[in-house]
Structure formats: structure tokens, C-alpha cells
Design a protein around this ligand. Structure first.
Ligand code: COA
Length: 364
């Protein structure tokens, strides 16, 4: 009887301390005073691609293809691929360190780490937690967003929400992917298209001038189209087995033609949605960063949006489709090579497995 009472008192105390602790954690993050929505801007960018360059000529030796076919149908001339033993967090950590350095933010200051990826180092834990550990970002809460190629755009939208109410003040958003070890090097319709990489941004509260502002975000999905791009094996439906490996179910499967049509539709719709919402015309856009999947998709989309190709940031010829890394890597390169300046208006849009798509309008 006495023991039961002690246990009851103990559990009440425990429950209270958990509640108090929870409250303190949230308060430490900083609740907004009133309902003020904070402006969120990008203070730094960084990227990292593997050193190994794989030119189109490599594929001429292993599948029935040609450099000419790949260049004319996709715009891709080379891509980067990791060496055996490397993993997503290697690239994501380097990209993050570069972004932190540019932003003059220390890892200890980060409240939030969001990694857009579907190719974390392992199935569990998240790449976010591994990157948190490697950076020493003790204070942050870290997790992944699995949204295919728009993983970075999704990550940006999630981080922006956490930051707009003041819960988080400084965030790291990464888009990164290791697609090379999910490729079937016997399937010419997919293996020539993809590469590895990671790009990172540091988000901070902004006055709208010094560090710009994320003006609008759109993220969307249509699960009815899940079958257009997928990696069927290795999850809970078809767990790893000899049979799974023999059937090649660990590799990317894609209906290229249908994806092409959906890509054009979604990229245009999403971009138009946020431009209309903000009252922005295509003439006002300084730089358009579309998902770097295929130069032909980018050309059609830019034309439909009324944006000249001189304003389109392109690196698909160097890196192929790096999935969630594609937009942040392109953005970082354009910032560092002097194309994008502070105050420029950037439109970014992406699509991918899910089907998922989304866009961001950013005053840099
Ligand atoms: N080399 C040579 N021929 C190839 C080839 C390759 N690497 N890949 C496909 N082909 C062949 C096809 O087998 C087909 O041959 P067939 O006419 O004898 O059947 C022919 O080329 C035309 O194929 P098709 O699929 O119509 O070509 P395409 O012009 O649509 O280009 C893609 C194919 C995949 C490049 C294009 O559809 C695409 O980029 N789709 C979007 C993919 C994408 O963005 N995925 C990522 C989503 S995040």
C-alpha cells in the first residue's frame, strides 16, 4: 500500500517535471510576442559534390547509348559520383560547413536542421541527426524530409514555418542525395541521368533587407502518381533479400516520358501560383533556378513562364540530376560566382518522386 503511494507520488512528480521541461524547451526556442510573423532570409549558402567526374563516354562503354544522345535529349555532359564508402552525410556536412562559414553562424547557434533527402546514410536514424552530430550542433532539433527532388524546397517550407513564429531563430536546410548507388547501370533509360551532391542554406530572422526574405513558398503532392518514379525495394513492402537484389528492385524505376509531361505542368503551375500570389511578373524575376533534371524541361518551362534563358541558372551539364541537391547546389554556385547578388529576386521550382512539386520566391 505504502509502496504504491510512493510510486504514485513519484509518477505525478515525473509527469510535472516532463511538462515543465517541455515548456522550458519551447520557451528557450522563443515564442513570438503577440502574433507577429517573422521575416526569414537566407544568410549563407554552401555546396559539395564528389570529386569523381563521370563523363557520358563512361556510359558508352556499358550500355547502348552515345554522348550525342545524352547531350541532345538531356543536356547532361557529366555527373559526379561518390567513391565506395562515402555517404550522404559526408557531402551534406561539408556543404553545411561552407554555408555556416559564409553566414558567420556557428553550429552551436542552430535551432533546427532539416535535410531534404531520400538517400540518408542509413535507413535509421535520419541524415539530420548524423549531420547534427558531425557539426556539433548540440542545441538543434534535426530531422529529414523525404520528398524526392523537391526535398530542399519542402525543407525550406518546413523551416520557414518553424521560424516564422519565432520557435527557431537559426536553421540549416540541406538538399542532398546519393543517387549513384540506386542506379541500375544496365538500364540506359535511367543510369545516364543522375548524379550525387549536396547544397545547404542558413536561414535567419531578417529585417527583409540585409539577409533578404523568403517571400512565398508552395509545396504540393499527388500520391496517385507514386508509380512514375520509385525505388521499390529495401523498404517495408519489399525488405532487403537475395530475391530483391536479383530482381534489381533496389534501383530507381521511372516512366521518363510521363514524368517529362508532369514535370512541365507542375513546374509551371507552382511557379505561377506564387508569382500571382505575390503580384510578381516574370519580368521582375532576376534568376530562375529550375530543378536540374533535363535542359529540355527547363527550356519549355522558362518559355511558358516568359523568362529568358539568360536568366536561368543551369548546371545540369556538369552534374546531371542531383535530385534534392539540384536547387541548393545551383543557388550556391550562382552566389559564389557572382551571378546572384543581394537584393536579387529568385524563383526556384522543382518536381520529383511522389509525385511532389513546389516553388520558392526568394528576395536574396
Ligand atoms: N541512350 C540511347 N537511347 C535511349 C536512352 C539512352 N540513354 N534512353 C532511352 N533511349 C531510347 C529509348 O529506348 C527510346 O527508344 P525506342 O524509340 O527504340 O523505344 C528512345 O530513346 C526515345 O525514348 P524516349 O523515352 O521517348 O526519349 P525522350 O526524348 O523522352 O528522353 C528522357 C528520355 C528520360 C531523357 C526524358 O523523357 C526525360 O528527361 N524525362 C524526365 C525524367 C526526369 O526528369 N526524371 C527525374 C525526375 S526527378
Amino acid at each position: 500500500m505504502g509502496q504504491r503511494r510512493i510510486r504514485t507520488v513519484f509518477s505525478i512528480l515525473l509527469e510535472k517535471s516532463v511538462r515543465i521541461g517541455y515548456k522550458f524547451r519551447i520557451r528557450a526556442g522563443g515564442h513570438p510576442k503577440g502574433d507577429q510573423v517573422k521575416k526569414i532570409g537566407i544568410k549563407g549558402t554552401g555546396s559539395c559534390v564528389p570529386e569523381r567526374v563521370v563523363p557520358n563516354s563512361y556510359f558508352e562503354k556499358i550500355v547502348d547509348t552515345s554522348d550525342e544522345w545524352i547531350v541532345t535529349r538531356t543536356g547532361i555532359r557529366a555527373r559526379r559520383m561518390i567513391e565506395p564508402g562515402q555517404a550522404l552525410s559526408d557531402l551534406a556536412t561539408s556543404a553545411s560547413e561552407r554555408a555556416l562559414e559564409m553566414a558567420e553562424v556557428s553550429p552551436e547557434e542552430l535551432d533546427l536542421i532539416v535535410i531534404g533527402t531520400s538517400t540518408a546514410d542509413m535507413l535509421s536514424p535520419s541524415a539530420g541527426c548524423i549531420v547534427q552530430h558531425r557539426l556539433g550542433a548540440k542545441k538543434a532539433v534535426a530531422f529529414d524530409v523525404n520528398a524526392g527532388c523537391p526535398g530542399f524546397i519542402y525543407g525550406l517550407a518546413v523551416a520557414q514555418k518553424f521560424m516564422q513564429d519565432g520557435s527557431c531563430r537559426k536553421a540549416l536546410v540541406v538538399g542532398g542525395e546519393i543517387v549513384s548507388n540506386r542506379l541500375d547501370f544496365k538500364d540506359r533509360t535511367t543510369c545516364v541521368l543522375f548524379g550525387d551532391g549536396a547544397g545547404a542554406t542558413i536561414l535567419v530572422q531578417s529585417n527583409g533587407a540585409e539577409n533578404g526574405e523568403i517571400l512565398a513558398m508552395d509545396i504540393e503532392s499527388d500520391g496517385d502518381l507514386w508509380n512514375l518514379i520509385n525505388v521499390p525495394g529495401g523498404g517495408s513492402r519489399i525488405p532487403p533479400s537475395h530475391e530483391m537484389l536479383e530482381r534489381g528492385l533496389q534501383y530507381v524505376k521511372m516512366q521518363g516520358n510521363e514524368v517529362f509531361k508532369q514535370a512541365v505542368r507542375t513546374l509551371v503551375d507552382s511557379a505561377q501560383k506564387i508569382m500571382t500570389q505575390q503580384g510578381i511578373t516574370s519580368e521582375e524575376i532576376d534568376w530562375f533556378i529550375p530543378h536540374q533534371a533535363n535542359i529540355r524541361i527547363m527550356q519549355v518551362v522558362a518559355e511558358r513562364l516568359g523568362i529568358p534563358m539568360e536568366k536561368v541558372i543551369i548546371n545540369v551539364h556538369k552534374y546531371g540530376n542531383t535530385s534534392a541537391a539540384s536547387i541548393p547546389v545551383a543557388m550556391d554556385e550562382a552566389v559564389r560566382n557572382g551571378q546572384i547578388h543581394r537584393g536579387d529576386l529568385i524563383l526556384a521550382s522543382s518536381f520529383g518522386a511522389g509525385l511532389t512539386w513546389g516553388a520558392a520566391l526568394i528576395r536574396y
